[in-house]
Each structure stands twice: as C-alpha cells, then as structure tokens.
Ligand binder design. Structure first.
Ligand code: CTP
Length: 404
C-alpha cells in the first residue's frame, strides 16, 4: 500500500527514517513529505535513498505542481502517517491551515490519518495542544501515544516520539484492522430531532449529537463501514462513508429502516422526539389567545420497530439503544431492553450535570444479555470505545453480512 510519511521538525525526526524502513520491510511503498523545519533535522537525501522516491519538501517547487501534486497524491495514498508530529502541525491540522505541502495534503486526502505526536512534556499537556488532539480525534484521526522517558530537552515525561516499531505496528493496524468490527456495516443515529410546528417553529431537545458522533468515529477507527444518520446538530461529523442528514423522527425512521437490512449493527444514540405536532401549520401561526394548545402525536419508535422486525423475521442487525433516565436507572433501562428487543441498552443518568446532554463526558451503565456494567465518568470518546468493546464481543459470535 502507498503511505505518505509526513515528517515535521522535531528531534524525533531521525526516527522517521526507521519508520520508513519498517514500513518498506512490510511491503509498503513510502513517499516522504517533509516540512521546511524537518529538513533542518534530517536531510531529504536520507529519505530519498531509503524510499527511492523524490522527497516532497516544498509546495511550490518547480516541477511539483504540474498535476497539482497534493491533490494527485491525496487521492492515491492509503494512509497519511505523520511521525513525528509537532504541536505546530497538530494546530494546523485541527484548524484547517494549509500553508505547506503536508498541511494541504491533510485537508485534501480522505485516506485514514495516523499521527505520532512528539514534543516536550509541558507542551504536550498544554490546554491548546490537548484541545487540538481532541478535535482531531473527534474527526477520526488516530494517534500513536508518545512514550515516556528522557526527552532531548532534559525533562523526563510524556512527549517522546513512540518507538519506530510501535509506529509501524500502529500503521499496520490502521491499514489492516484486526478486530471483529473490521468491514462490518454499522449504522449510527445521533443528535436530536426537530418536529415542526409551523414554517418557523419546532419542538426539539438539547441533544448535541456528541455521543453518537463519538461512536461513529470510533467505529471508523476499528475499520467498520459506517453510515451516520444525524439529526440537526452544529457539530462537525466524522468522515464516514455515508452521512444522512435528517430533521424529524419520521425522516430518521425512513432513513434507518430503509438501510437496516444491509447492516450488521445499528446503534441508536439519537434523542428522538417521542411526540411531534399532530399537524404542521402551512403558514406561520399568528399570536392569539393568552394560552394555546399544541396537540402532539407519538412518533414512530425506530428502535422498537427494528426490534420487532428482527423478532418476527429472525434476521436483522445487532441492536444497541440508549435510555435517558432520571431515576431507577438499571431497572428502567433493563425494562426498555426487553420491551424493544435490543441486545444492549446504554443507560445514562441525565440528572447529573457532568453526564448526558451537551457535555464532553458521560457516565453510563451498559445493560446486555449478561447483566449491567457501570462505567466510570469519562470522555464520550472513551465511553464510545467501551460500548464498541461490548458490541465486538457480541458480534464475534455472529457471521458477517454477505458482501461486507
Ligand atoms: N428511540 C427511537 N425512536 C423513538 C424514540 C426513541 O428509536 N421515537 C430510541 C432512541 O434512539 C434510544 C431509545 O430509543 O436509543 C430511547 O428509548 P425511549 O423509549 O425513547 O426512552 P427515553 O428517551 O429514555 O424515554 P422514555 O423513558 O420516556 O421512554
């Protein structure tokens, strides 16, 4: 496979030479892309001799722009690997700054991106860096964690570039993920639904879509073929294969049911409105009496419908639902699991301020065939990972869908 190896200006740049060698030993073709600062740490000739390819060092080098090289390369590579990645390149990636070949390549490619950060411990723990890492993780970028040990600056701590073998192994894992989700078709719903009252007003809820988006990003990382059905949210969606934007519960139901038979897993993390206005006024409703009555009608229960269909046909995706509770968490969520014929129910206590709606953390209890497991308060990315661990263990027992 063709790997673009981005090398940025860190002391760990010399290790990138070993990374290039390791990738080649495993049969990959490597093309090195060096930033201007990287060339001050290691000579481009070293990479040229090893990769046997011209090393890209400058966006505007004569001869490099005839076929708009960053676009041509962006569409042919199977992986963009950046090792070492400095705080500077992470900031550029996170903010879409494209002022040299590597940062432009990052924006232009749809290949998976794996980044091995390397910097001083203090820099690594700085809020600005942490935020950039979180932004990138939410977009599906994968990381090779920096190691701990002696740093060139004299500090001992986290920040040293991971060892070349580790970086190579991580690249292999991205190119050929091994887990049970690899190649499986996963549908995720996320966000709220908005139920229109008239052309300008709607009934909605506070869901941000963060939990569902985190699950979609993690499923992508594990090699799944992801379809994301998202209600109205302002969040940026991870780079899934199919993104379906919907507004109402009815639209979400149609999008999900129409695709369900092709799926191995359906994870319904959306906060679907349970009721919608019985009728949508064609024109904006004028102000009238002191009080008005809005007649609401039950929306289709998507999870319930999937569960019932599977029960009657004996086929259908593995089903994961969510339950938002304010009391009797486990008992209520277990009852929901039975009633909707779901495999797993992820229950959250929405009365907590640090979990549930519109925050970055969540504390959930996962209820499955073998009982309830409470997970500690952690980032939604980690909760997503724990949920998918459970999904993977249930999946390993099922055959994959034909053609997936
Ligand atoms: N759900 C759905 N279709 C709906 C409503 C909910 O598919 N019309 C899904 C949600 O995506 C979630 C689960 O069902 O996975 C939540 O079930 P629900 O019965 O709505 O529970 P709560 O939202 O927790 O509310 P309540 O306790 O009032 O039933």
């Amino acid at each position: 496979m063709l790997i673009a190896l981005g090398v940025t200006g860190g002391v760990g740049a010399y290790k990138a030479v070993e990374v290039a060698r390791g990738l080649q030993k495993r049969g990959h073709d490597v093309i090195a892309v060096m930033t201007a600062t990287a060339t001050r740490f290691v000579g481009p000739l070293t990479f040229e001799a090893i990769t046997r390819r011209r090393v890209i060092t400058d966006q505007f080098e004569p001869g490099a722009n005839a076929d708009i090289e960053h676009i041509a390369l962006a569409s042919t590579i199977d992986l963009l690997l950046v090792a070492p990645a400095t705080a500077n390149i992470l900031a550029k990636f996170a903010n879409g700054i494209a002022d040299d070949f590597l940062s432009t390549l990052f924006i232009a490619t749809r290949a998976p991106v794996l980044v091995a950060p390397s910097m001083n411990t203090q820099m690594f723990s700085h809020e600005a860096v942490r935020r950039n890492l979180e932004t990138l993780a939410a977009r599906g970028v994968r990381f090779v964690e920096p190691g701990e040990g002696y740093l060139a600056c004299g500090w001992i701590g986290k920040g040293r570039l991971a060892e070349p073998e580790e970086v190579v192994a991580a690249a292999e894992a991205v190119l050929r993920p091994e887990g049970p989700l690899r190649g499986r078709r996963v549908l995720v719903t996320a966000g709220p639904t908005f139920e229109d009252v008239d052309p300008v007003r709607y009934v909605g809820n506070r869901s941000s879509g963060r939990m569902g988006f985190a699950i979609a990003a993690e499923a992508l990382r594990r090699g799944a073929d992801v379809t994301l059905v998202a209600g109205p949210t302002t969040l940026e969606a991870p780079a899934v294969r199919e993104l379906v934007r919907v507004r109402s519960a009815r639209e979400m139901r149609d999008a999900v049911i129409g695709r369900a038979d092709a799926m191995d897993v359906a994870i319904l993390a959306a906060a679907v409105a349970d009721y919608a206005p019985a009728e949508r006024a064609a024109q904006k409703m004028p102000k009238g009496d002191d009080t008005i009555t809005l007649v609401l009608k039950k929306t289709p229960d998507i999870l319930g419908e999937l569960g019932t269909r599977r029960l009657s046909s004996g086929r259908g995706p593995l089903l994961v639902g969510f339950a938002a509770e304010t009391e009797d968490l486990v008992a209520r969520a277990s009852a929901k699991r039975e009633k909707k014929h779901a495999d797993l129910i992820v229950a959250n206590d929405v009365s907590r301020v640090d979990a549930g709606f519109d925050v970055d953390t969540n504390a959930v209890t996962v209820i499955g065939p073998e009982g309830a497991q409470a997970l500690p308060l952690q980032t939604k990315a980690r909760v997503a990972s724990a949920i998918l661990d459970r999904v993977e263990s249930l999946l390993s027992a099922r055959p994959a869908k034909a053609g997936s």
